[in-house]
Design a protein around this ligand. Structure first.
Ligand code: ADP
Ligand code: MG
Length: 149
Protein backbone atom coordinates (compact mmCIF):
# COMPACT_ATOMS: atom_id res chain seq x y z
CA UNK A 1 0.00 0.00 0.00
CA UNK A 2 1.26 3.39 -0.96
CA UNK A 3 -0.30 6.79 -0.39
CA UNK A 4 0.34 9.87 -2.51
CA UNK A 5 -0.25 13.35 -1.19
CA UNK A 6 0.70 16.69 -2.66
CA UNK A 7 1.52 19.76 -0.62
CA UNK A 8 1.53 23.18 -2.22
CA UNK A 9 3.60 25.13 0.27
CA UNK A 10 5.78 24.74 3.33
CA UNK A 11 2.85 25.19 5.71
CA UNK A 12 0.98 22.23 4.21
CA UNK A 13 4.06 20.06 4.66
CA UNK A 14 4.30 21.10 8.32
CA UNK A 15 0.62 20.29 8.74
CA UNK A 16 1.03 16.84 7.18
CA UNK A 17 3.89 16.08 9.58
CA UNK A 18 1.85 17.31 12.54
CA UNK A 19 -1.03 15.05 11.57
CA UNK A 20 1.27 12.06 11.75
CA UNK A 21 2.74 13.16 15.03
CA UNK A 22 -0.66 13.60 16.64
CA UNK A 23 -0.75 9.77 16.49
CA UNK A 24 2.75 9.34 17.89
CA UNK A 25 3.92 6.27 19.74
CA UNK A 26 7.26 5.31 21.32
CA UNK A 27 9.83 3.97 18.87
CA UNK A 28 8.03 5.46 15.88
CA UNK A 29 10.45 5.36 12.93
CA UNK A 30 10.02 7.80 10.04
CA UNK A 31 12.38 7.43 7.08
CA UNK A 32 12.68 10.41 4.76
CA UNK A 33 14.19 10.47 1.29
CA UNK A 34 14.27 13.02 -1.48
CA UNK A 35 16.76 15.30 -3.16
CA UNK A 36 18.39 18.26 -1.42
CA UNK A 37 15.75 20.90 -0.82
CA UNK A 38 12.86 18.46 -1.13
CA UNK A 39 11.56 19.26 2.35
CA UNK A 40 12.90 16.56 4.64
CA UNK A 41 13.98 19.04 7.30
CA UNK A 42 10.76 21.05 6.92
CA UNK A 43 8.80 17.85 7.56
CA UNK A 44 10.95 17.17 10.62
CA UNK A 45 10.16 20.68 11.92
CA UNK A 46 6.47 19.78 11.75
CA UNK A 47 7.15 16.63 13.75
CA UNK A 48 9.10 18.63 16.33
CA UNK A 49 6.35 21.24 16.69
CA UNK A 50 3.77 18.54 17.30
CA UNK A 51 6.01 17.10 20.02
CA UNK A 52 6.05 20.50 21.72
CA UNK A 53 9.71 21.17 20.93
CA UNK A 54 10.46 24.88 20.82
CA UNK A 55 14.07 24.67 19.63
CA UNK A 56 14.81 25.40 16.00
CA UNK A 57 15.39 22.22 14.02
CA UNK A 58 18.32 22.21 11.62
CA UNK A 59 19.87 19.33 9.74
CA UNK A 60 22.44 17.73 12.02
CA UNK A 61 25.69 18.55 10.25
CA UNK A 62 28.59 17.02 12.10
CA UNK A 63 26.72 15.11 14.74
CA UNK A 64 24.65 12.76 12.53
CA UNK A 65 22.14 12.53 15.39
CA UNK A 66 20.49 15.38 17.30
CA UNK A 67 18.32 14.81 20.33
CA UNK A 68 15.47 17.08 21.43
CA UNK A 69 13.30 16.83 24.55
CA UNK A 70 9.58 16.83 23.83
CA UNK A 71 6.44 14.93 24.79
CA UNK A 72 8.53 12.08 23.48
CA UNK A 73 12.24 12.53 22.74
CA UNK A 74 12.96 13.32 19.09
CA UNK A 75 16.02 11.71 17.53
CA UNK A 76 16.72 13.55 14.30
CA UNK A 77 19.32 11.98 12.03
CA UNK A 78 20.86 13.04 8.76
CA UNK A 79 22.84 10.06 7.57
CA UNK A 80 23.91 11.42 4.19
CA UNK A 81 27.54 11.89 5.19
CA UNK A 82 27.90 8.35 6.48
CA UNK A 83 27.94 7.16 2.89
CA UNK A 84 26.37 3.89 3.99
CA UNK A 85 29.01 3.14 6.63
CA UNK A 86 27.16 2.66 9.90
CA UNK A 87 29.55 0.51 11.91
CA UNK A 88 30.34 1.69 15.41
CA UNK A 89 27.98 4.66 15.46
CA UNK A 90 25.19 2.99 17.39
CA UNK A 91 22.34 4.20 15.22
CA UNK A 92 20.39 1.01 15.92
CA UNK A 93 20.26 1.85 19.64
CA UNK A 94 18.00 4.79 18.88
CA UNK A 95 15.34 2.60 17.30
CA UNK A 96 14.32 1.20 20.69
CA UNK A 97 14.94 4.12 23.05
CA UNK A 98 11.28 5.07 23.31
CA UNK A 99 11.45 8.22 21.25
CA UNK A 100 10.42 9.30 17.76
CA UNK A 101 13.14 8.71 15.17
CA UNK A 102 13.29 10.76 11.98
CA UNK A 103 16.00 9.85 9.47
CA UNK A 104 16.92 12.05 6.52
CA UNK A 105 18.46 10.13 3.60
CA UNK A 106 17.31 6.87 5.20
CA UNK A 107 17.78 4.93 1.96
CA UNK A 108 21.55 5.19 2.37
CA UNK A 109 21.37 3.01 5.52
CA UNK A 110 18.53 0.72 4.44
CA UNK A 111 20.42 -2.40 5.56
CA UNK A 112 20.06 -1.46 9.22
CA UNK A 113 16.55 0.03 9.17
CA UNK A 114 13.90 -1.76 11.24
CA UNK A 115 11.42 -3.80 9.19
CA UNK A 116 8.51 -1.91 10.75
CA UNK A 117 8.68 1.75 9.79
CA UNK A 118 7.15 4.55 7.76
CA UNK A 119 8.88 5.34 4.48
CA UNK A 120 8.28 8.78 2.99
CA UNK A 121 9.73 9.82 -0.35
CA UNK A 122 9.44 13.49 -1.24
CA UNK A 123 9.51 14.54 -4.87
CA UNK A 124 9.91 18.11 -6.03
CA UNK A 125 7.12 18.77 -8.51
CA UNK A 126 7.37 22.51 -8.82
CA UNK A 127 8.84 25.43 -6.91
CA UNK A 128 6.41 24.99 -4.02
CA UNK A 129 4.73 21.70 -4.88
CA UNK A 130 5.94 18.48 -3.30
CA UNK A 131 4.66 14.95 -3.85
CA UNK A 132 4.78 12.73 -0.76
CA UNK A 133 4.84 9.00 -1.45
CA UNK A 134 4.10 7.34 1.85
CA UNK A 135 4.59 3.63 2.39
CA UNK A 136 3.88 1.97 5.75
CA UNK A 137 5.70 -1.22 6.69
CA UNK A 138 4.05 -3.28 9.44
CA UNK A 139 0.58 -3.27 10.98
CA UNK A 140 1.19 -0.38 13.36
CA UNK A 141 2.24 1.89 10.51
CA UNK A 142 -0.57 0.71 8.24
CA UNK A 143 -3.06 1.66 10.94
CA UNK A 144 -1.28 4.97 11.43
CA UNK A 145 -1.73 5.81 7.76
CA UNK A 146 -5.38 4.79 7.82
CA UNK A 147 -6.02 7.16 10.71
CA UNK A 148 -3.98 10.10 9.41
CA UNK A 149 -4.45 10.01 5.64
P1 ADP B 1 15.89 18.90 2.69
O1 ADP B 1 16.01 18.71 4.17
O2 ADP B 1 15.06 17.84 2.01
O3 ADP B 1 17.21 19.08 2.00
P2 ADP B 1 14.67 21.40 3.45
O4 ADP B 1 13.49 20.95 4.23
O5 ADP B 1 15.85 21.89 4.19
O6 ADP B 1 15.09 20.25 2.41
O7 ADP B 1 14.26 22.55 2.43
C1 ADP B 1 13.08 22.54 1.68
C2 ADP B 1 12.98 23.87 0.98
O8 ADP B 1 11.88 23.87 0.06
C3 ADP B 1 12.75 25.02 1.95
O9 ADP B 1 13.48 26.13 1.53
C4 ADP B 1 11.25 25.28 1.82
O10 ADP B 1 10.93 26.61 2.07
C5 ADP B 1 11.02 24.94 0.36
N1 ADP B 1 9.64 24.50 0.05
C6 ADP B 1 8.88 24.99 -0.94
N2 ADP B 1 7.71 24.36 -1.03
C7 ADP B 1 7.71 23.42 -0.04
C8 ADP B 1 6.76 22.43 0.37
N3 ADP B 1 5.59 22.25 -0.25
N4 ADP B 1 7.11 21.65 1.40
C9 ADP B 1 8.31 21.78 2.01
N5 ADP B 1 9.24 22.68 1.67
C10 ADP B 1 8.95 23.51 0.65
MG1 MG C 1 17.70 18.41 5.45
Amino acid sequence: MEYKIKTHNLEETIELAQNFESEKFPNMIICLDGELGAGKTVFTKGIAQALGIKENITSPTFTIIKEYEGELPLYHMDVYRLDGVTDGIGIEEYFTKGGVVVIEWADTIKDILPKERLDIKIKVVDEDDRLFIIEPHGKQYEELCEVVL
